[in-house]
Design a protein around this ligand. Sequence first.
Ligand code: HEC
Ligand code: HEC
Ligand code: HEC
Ligand code: HEC
Length: 332
Amino acid sequence: MLCIIALLATLGFAAGGTGASDASKIVGPNACAECHKQESEAWQGSHHFKTFRDMPRKKEANEIAERMGVSRIRSEGICLGCHYTVQQKDNKKQPIAGISCESCHSAGDDWIRVHSQFSGKTEKTETKAEKEARLKLADSKGMIRPSSIYRLTKNCYGCHVVPQEDLVNKGGHSAGSAFEMVSWSQGEVRHNTWHSKGKQNVPANAARKRMLYLIGLGVELETALRAVGKSTVRRTYAFAMARRADRARKQLAVAAKAVPNVPEIAKLIEYGHAAGLKLNNERLLAAAADGVSKTLASISEKYDGSTMAGLDGLIPGTDKFKGKVREGGASN
Ligand code: HEC
Ligand code: HEC
Ligand code: HEC
Ligand code: HEC
């Protein structure tokens, strides 16, 4: 019995926070900044960077921690998964930064060399086939690149939905953010400065925004279905997660009308209604979430957004971008 409880606790933790970061494989943001100076500077202007220092000093944080029985926010498990980057060195786990490069691109130790070394040649002499093989190898070693929209998005929602019942019901932590993928990724979080050699912080183009928007709604639904499945009492958490799932289904229904040429959206909605949003329904809700996941993976493969102009009227405009964009300009 004890083993089962321990196992569930582990699974719960992986579902909140990011499954992406294995502490023993974290190299830390300074290692990335050696080459990615501009991206690092953009990150340093974000809440993701600042939470490291600021969060534990807040009254609200200490109240949540106290209710959760956490006496030191930075050294006990429960807050670390979402607010910090944790590195393991000599058997000791230590928070080294806020939400950083590897919280989103995944722990780097296995791929940092692979992705950056132009197959042992230079940027100019590496062939197209070699480049493709290199990036594929980096992906297979866990790297989450901007082209993997589904995996990237899943990471964001894994933290931003706050799928942890106790933290919300007992701790009084907010039941997640009013998150939307385009507006939340294109403001203070944006750091697309690499491919323009630092000249510009390039916004996602129209086709990419459509993909971010649609996959975002789908991942919201997937994450919320799983979260409802894990809820055990009719309290704040269960209601908030059920509302999220319902809202995502409704927004997907609007999207389905706007782009009738993408029949997969109807499939997402069908899965969204496949299991009741109620307690003690984990098996069916998880199966529905798996269906959403599979459908999203195939949408990511089949489409690039170019045929989804119908979504443009639904996507939040620049006035809704969250936080201040750091413009490019200096050299990388
Ligand atoms: C030794 C220099 C170096 C280091 C250190 C480095 N990178 Fe890179 N990174 C590169 C180069 C070079 C490219 C461009 C590769 C290409 O053109 O395919 C790149 C590209 C990327 C991309 C874009 C990939 C794409 O598909 O467009 C991401 C994301 C990235 N790096 C993240 C990281 C992260 C996170 C770290 C730290 C864990 C890191 N890098 C460390 C050199 C580096
Ligand atoms: C499952 C992920 C997750 C976990 C675990 C988590 N948080 Fe959060 N936390 C978030 C997210 C996401 C936000 C941003 C919410 C928003 O958009 O309003 C946040 C916001 C906060 C805020 C308000 C923002 C700020 O910095 O003032 C406080 C305070 C906070 N968390 C404290 C804690 C404490 C203390 C713990 C551990 C007991 C904890 N959190 C665990 C995801 C998490
Ligand atoms: C909150 C999650 C998050 C964090 C933290 C983060 N990234 Fe990214 N990164 C992304 C996303 C999302 C994109 C693609 C954005 C888009 O499509 O507009 C991206 C794109 C990139 C790119 C491609 C840029 C280009 O010009 O195409 C590089 C390089 C990169 N990140 C490196 C880093 C490094 C280095 C850090 C740490 C200093 C970092 N990232 C931190 C999510 C993150
Ligand atoms: C490891 C967990 C984690 C991941 C992954 C993550 N975030 Fe966050 N994010 C947080 C937390 C926690 C906060 C609140 C920080 C604070 O204010 O203390 C936050 C804050 C933000 C903010 C600032 C919100 C505000 O109130 O102004 C934006 C924007 C944001 N995240 C976007 C994203 C995007 C886009 C992604 C994915 C590309 C992402 N985040 C991935 C945990 C995460």
